[in-house]
Design a protein around this ligand. Structure first.
Ligand code: 4NP
Length: 580
């Protein structure tokens, strides 16, 4: 394959526009799309199909309240350093207003009840909570040096979640009273994990592990009493799933939820199953006699599907398929598990390339997070690797989400320990099952961290490594981090400061044996470039084989089509040279 052919595959995959639905109001669907090569916010009128662009290069969007013309969104104003400004758009007059009182900072969440917005953010020093009015005035309500995010607002109450009792293995809810400025911490049971509180008429719907496996419950804010959510249908009873991906109320108080098992979702509205193709749904928007969802799979990019609530008929509302030739290169994904060093079963997606034989060159793809997962949902990096002629094995190593909270918590106090061994055992699985000839490890962010560490702690397993936006030195990362990421590191390491050195590739650089391809955004404020440059200097002095690609005008998040090409093109050229 020529360089031109490689570039063409990458371009076709990353240029296929992605669509995700945000909400519904005033006969309009609000959505995010990459149709112009950047993340833009749009609206489309359901009746006349007229589309209007609201804003370019957006970072995040608040929920939409049916009947309200207001939408809040954030934009990074620092070329990827994730210092955001908040804006409010009004559908009534098609104008954007900047929230001037909130100076640039890392905005972590935004929510809306139709009257007011709540916003949480992080600065260098603290995390804070703001109230924003539709006229774009804002007031800071609360500030603390602990990990918390606003999730929902109703009248004088803001609810959210965080690590609020100092226990890294539990997560509590908070209820902030706007009138009294009281910040109450709530948990149904000490040590349980509680998430995603959504208010409707003084009732808080949330997911909790207080009674065993994750479960949806209601809490009455007037008396703190718990009750079971009521649904009209009980299709979900007896259906096995591990976690809730998302849930909320509709305007009339009916509950919908998206549940996941083995990397695929099922969605229930008022307890009734909504039939969709196999894959993964991120969001659900009820809109009268239609429902809208964001759907994708490992071989099909994110699109918005519309479902007729009466007939159940599913159609594409906004979305594009890959060009047929590229789609054919992707083949089929399959879900497997293998046993790790301690017999723990590791849920994994395997995608065999249609274009090469078995055994063939294989990539162990390590996802970021670490509290995230590879699902049967669209992943540009995996798609490019498979289409370029590599088998891909993507393990959901311990600590991954989607397999229950006990599994998720297994990396707390042990990052780069058991999870790294799970990744090593993925490589063993690929060899033993006759899938892999040569093997590279590749990942971005936490996956880049694992790549650095795996290539020095287990140097004989791999033929090459590709580390994107990775971590080489947790100690220096900690010093360079803002309040949010300092808290994040404390949480992940469960306060075990000694591990910051022990679990950093920097401590073992001389062990490196295989060529390393290093790709790093210049403006990354989550995993800064500086410690990586020091690592590179050390590699240079030790005479190791490496290549370094610094991507200017880009931060940690891959937001532009151009950014994705600038990461994936050097990676595939490198892999081709070493593995083929
Ligand atoms: P990501 O990885 O979530 O995959 O982007 C990480 C980024 C930053 C940190 C940890 C993981 N951090 O601790 O700063």
């Amino acid at each position: 394959m020529s360089y031109l052919d490689k570039l063409k595959i990458i371009e076709e995959i990353v240029k296929t526009p992605l669509f995700s639905v945000v909400g519904f109001t005033l006969d309009k669907i609000i959505y995010v799309s990459t149709i112009e090569g950047r993340r833009s916010l749009w609206l489309v009128d359901i009746e006349n199909k007229e589309r209007v662009k609201i804003a370019d290069d957006i970072s995040s969007v608040s929920n939409i309240v049916e009947g309200s013309p207001y939408i809040m969104y954030s934009k990074d104003v620092t070329k990827g350093k994730e210092q955001h400004k908040a804006f409010i758009f009004s559908i009534d007059d098609f104008e954007n207003f900047e929230v001037n009182a909130i100076t640039p900072r890392r905005i972590t969440s935004m929510c809306f009840d139709g009257e007011n917005f709540a916003l949480s953010s992080s600065t260098e020093r603290t995390l804070d909570l703001w109230l924003v009015k539709p006229d774009a005035t804002a007031e800071r309500l609360y500030e603390a040096n602990k990990l918390f995010f606003a999730v929902d607002i109703e009248k004088d109450k803001i609810v959210g979640q965080g690590i609020l009792k100092g226990n890294p293995r539990s997560q509590e809810l908070f209820i902030f009273d706007i009138n009294t400025s009281e910040f109450d911490v709530y948990t149904p049971k000490e040590g349980s994990t509680n998430k995603n509180p959504k208010i409707h008429d003084g009732l808080v719907l949330f997911a909790t592990t207080a009674f065993g496996k994750e479960k949806l419950v209601l809490m009455n804010m007037r008396n703190w009493e718990l009750q079971e959510p009521k649904m009209s249908y009980d299709d979900y009873k007896g259906v096995e799933f591990s976690e809730y991906i998302n849930f909320d109320w509709d305007l009339s108080g009916k509950i919908w939820f998206i549940a996941v098992r083995n990397g695929r979702t099922k969605i229930f509205y008022d307890g009734k199953l909504i039939d969709l193709p196999e894959g993964f749904v991120n969001n659900f928007v009820p809109a009268g006699d239609k429902h809208f969802v964001t759907w994708s799979s490992l071989t099909s990019p994110h699109k918005i599907l519309v479902i007729d609530s009466k007939s159940g008929e599913v159609k594409t509302f906004l979305g594009e398929e890959l060009p047929a030739e590229t789609k054919n290169r992707l083949g089929k994904s399959k879900f497997i598990t293998y046993k790790s060093f301690d017999e723990l079963e590791i849920p994994t997606f395997v995608i065999e390339s249609e274009k090469i034989s078995k055994p063939g060159p294989t990539i162990i793809y390590v996802h970021g997070g670490p509290w995230a997962s590879v699902n049967d949902s669209w992943n540009r990096m995996i798609a490019v690797l498979v289409a370029s002629g590599y088998h891909v094995v993507a393990p959901n190593f311990r600590g991954s989400t989607g397999y229950g909270d006990e599994f998720r918590k297994l990396d707390i106090g042990d990052p780069g320990g058991g999870d790294l061994m799970d990744v090593v055992y993925a490589a063993k699985w690929a060899k033993e099952n006759n899938l892999a000839s040569k093997i590279a490890i590749m990942g971005y962010s936490y996956g880049g961290y694992m790549t650095y560490l795996a290539t020095v702690l287990e140097p004989d397993i791999w033929d090459a490594g590709v580390a994107g936006a990775g971590i080489t030195d947790w100690e220096e990362l900690y010093d360079l981090s803002d309040a949010l990421f300092k808290q994040f590191i404390n949480l992940l390491f469960a306060g075990r400061k000694e591990l910051l050195v022990e679990r950093s590739a920097k401590s073992y650089t001389e062990n490196l044996k295989v060529p390393l391809c290093i790709i790093h955004p210049q403006n990354d404020s989550r995993t800064p470039l500086k410690p990586v440059l020091k690592y590179v200097l050390n590699l240079l002095e030790l005479g190791k084989t490496f290549e370094l690609h610094v991507i200017p005008n880009m931060g940690h998040l891959v937001v532009k089509v151009e950014d994705a090409v600038r990461i994936l093109f050097p990676a595939t050229i490198f892999l081709n040279k070493i593995l083929k």
